[in-house]
Write a protein that binds this ligand. Structure first.
Ligand SMILES: Cc1cc2nc3c(=O)[nH]c(=O)nc-3n(C[C@H](O)[C@H](O)[C@H](O)COP(=O)(O)OP(=O)(O)OC[C@H]3O[C@@H](n4cnc5c(N)ncnc54)[C@H](O)[C@@H]3O)c2cc1C
Ligand SMILES: NC(=O)c1ccc[n+]([C@@H]2O[C@H](COP(=O)([O-])OP(=O)(O)OC[C@H]3O[C@@H](n4cnc5c(N)ncnc54)[C@H](O)[C@@H]3O)[C@@H](O)[C@H]2O)c1
Length: 475
């Protein structure tokens, strides 16, 4: 006889969402968490990084205020104040994810590391828990590279970065993905020297080239030194603190070294073999319904899941999407299929970079015959009024006017992503966006104007002008 209807390993975004939904459906739920409730997003990921970026944005706003005719003297960053803001943000959100809140929902929360001991049993806190169904939501850990000499050097990941009591004087960030770009800008704007080191020819390499290049320039303007095409092969102690040894022999020195090199799923402590659960280095192998391909009692969600043929997506909103697919498949026994066609991603720098659906390059590579529609924020009244005209809305559409993808660079780009996601997931025609009445002045009007561009050639054609000319003769 099972002790629990649903056993969940990991109280991060994925595990908490499944636990809340299963408990509200009257299931007997146990939730295992070995570290902090709320997992990575709340404690060491999204929340502290966005809080730090908010402080950095304030610093720039004050420094930059003179161009609005507002003069502030003596701009000074008080690092303890910045830290307080970051910790306050975490503390204010933490009650939503707390053990007390989940216990109040009827979830049994076990604060211990969990691992499988049989296909239907988990051991945690010195006890065997028999389950009817289980969800692995153990998340992922930062990649630490195998650099020669690293053992004798101090280094950081996002798990330790926010614990620094003092601002790093000169932060070296290895890895120019969204994490590297966001943290580089935040620390540079808060007055630290920052080096951003990327092995590939470009930082943010998977983003639309037309939009990532101005963002790269914005990072440079903020004072970030960017080293692209630069492969670190070793690390060593240096008078300043630490130095990266670069292929070819050059050294890049700084006071602190941060790894922002992507993620690896937390599999080892789970003893998956004891429960016959298949996994690859990218995560627990599942079908498109997130059910294990080898143990039908088990599902996976969040960063740890590797749906075959679809692949992992390591975002908090992807974890929420996973949770709803798992609940549909596991509890409602309905066919469920993960679909990332409208999954947004946003890099929360200034300007922000948002992507939904296919980039222009991806659409071309997939063989679509595309039209590209653009509207720059220099032509958007709100952006002009606020003096933030960097960037554009770029829409990639099929010849028949279906939105295949949207890329936005600009302040508030992330807030527009939902609009494009809905267009793609509901397969709405572009006219739905072109005809939308939006409040004036808003930045989203740039999206409407870009969509309107699809119809402009037909509306202003000589045939249409002829028709309107004829109609004009009517009484
Ligand atoms: C710096 C940074 C910024 C980010 N910013 C964003 C952002 O702005 N937007 C966004 O969408 N995403 C962002 N992400 C990604 C986001 O944080 C993750 O995708 C998300 O937190 C994953 O949630 P999860 O539930 O899968 O895993 P986690 O949040 O990692 O939760 C897994 C939990 O399982 C626990 N656990 C693991 N193994 C066991 C075990 N054996 N027994 C018991 N407990 C266990 C862990 O302690 C952890 O609490 C960011 C990531 C980083 C690093
Ligand atoms: N705004 C957001 O949504 C947000 C922000 C931060 C992180 N995240 C998520 O967290 C996860 C981690 O982010 P990330 O930026 O660390 O991962 P990432 O995979 O996006 O980027 C890692 C970068 O490191 C580079 N790299 C890899 N090995 C290298 C080496 N040896 N030397 C130099 N560069 C190297 C890669 O080319 C890549 O550009 C991702 O899943 C991401 O989606 C999301």
């Amino acid at each position: 006889m099972p002790d629990h209807d649903v056993a969940i390993i990991g109280a991060g975004a994925a595990g908490l969402s499944v636990a809340a939904m299963a408990a509200s459906l009257g299931r007997k739920v146990v939730l295992f968490e070995r570290e902090r409730m709320g997992g990575e997003c709340l404690n060491t990921g999204c929340v502290p990084s966005k809080a730090l970026l908010a402080a950095a944005k304030r610093a720039v706003a004050v420094r930059d205020a003179a161009r609005f005719g507002v003069h502030a003297a003596d701009v000074r960053v008080d690092w303890q104040g910045v830290r307080r803001h970051v910790l306050d943000a975490i503390a204010r959100i933490a009650p939503n994810d707390s053990a007390e809140r989940f216990a109040g929902m009827g979830v049994e929360v076990v604060r211990a590391s969990a691992h499988f001991v049989a296909p239907d049993q988990i051991e945690a806190g010195g006890r065997i828990h028999r389950f009817r169904r289980a969800v692995i939501a153990a998340g992922s850990a930062p990649v630490v590279p195998d650099l020669q000499g690293l053992v004798s050097c101090p280094w950081l990941t996002h798990e330790t970065l926010f614990d620094l009591a003092e601002a790093p004087a000169h932060l070296l960030i290895l890895g120019g993905g969204s994490q590297g770009a966001e943290l580089a800008q935040a620390y540079a704007r808060l007055g630290c020297r920052v080096g951003l080191i990327e092995a590939r020819p470009n930082i943010l390499a998977s983003e639309d080239a037309e939009l990532r290049l101005p963002l790269r320039e914005a990072l440079r303007q903020d004072g970030v030194t960017i080293h692209e095409n630069t492969r670190a092969i070793g690390a060593e102690r240096a008078p300043e603190g630490v130095a990266l040894v670069i292929e070819g022999g050059a050294r890049i020195a700084g006071s602190h070294l941060l790894f922002a090199l992507g993620r690896t799923p937390r599999l080892a402590p789970l003893d998956l073999a004891a429960a016959n659960i298949a996994a690859s280095p990218d995560g627990v192998l599942t079908g498109p319904d997130l059910r294990s391909t080898t143990n039908r009692r088990v599902w996976a969600a969040g960063d740890v899941a590797n749906p075959e043929g679809i692949g992992p997506r390591r975002f908090t909103h992807a974890a929420s999407l996973h949770a709803s697919v798992v609940v549909r498949s596991m509890l409602f026994r309905r066919p469920a299929r993960l679909d990332y066609a409208a999954l947004p991603r946003v890099t929360y720098t200034s300007p922000e970079l948002a992507q939904v659906g296919l980039t222009e390059a991806e659409a071309n590579a997939a063989g679509h015959s595309v039209r590209v529609l653009r509207h720059p924020f220099t032509e958007n009244d709100r952006a002009v009024a606020e003096g933030e005209t960097e960037g554009q809305v770029k829409l990639v559409v099929s010849k028949l006017g279906r939105l295949l993808g949207a890329s936005v660079l600009g302040e508030g780009a992330g807030e527009m992503a939902g609009l494009f996601g809905m267009m793609i997931s509901r397969k709405l025609p572009l006219s739905a966006l072109a005809e939308l009445v939006l409040p004036y002045p808003t930045r989203a009007e740039a999206a409407k104007r870009a969509a309107g561009g699809f119809y402009t050639p037909a509306l202003t054609s000589s045939a249409m002008r002829g028709i309107v000319g004829l109609l004009n003769r009517l009484p």
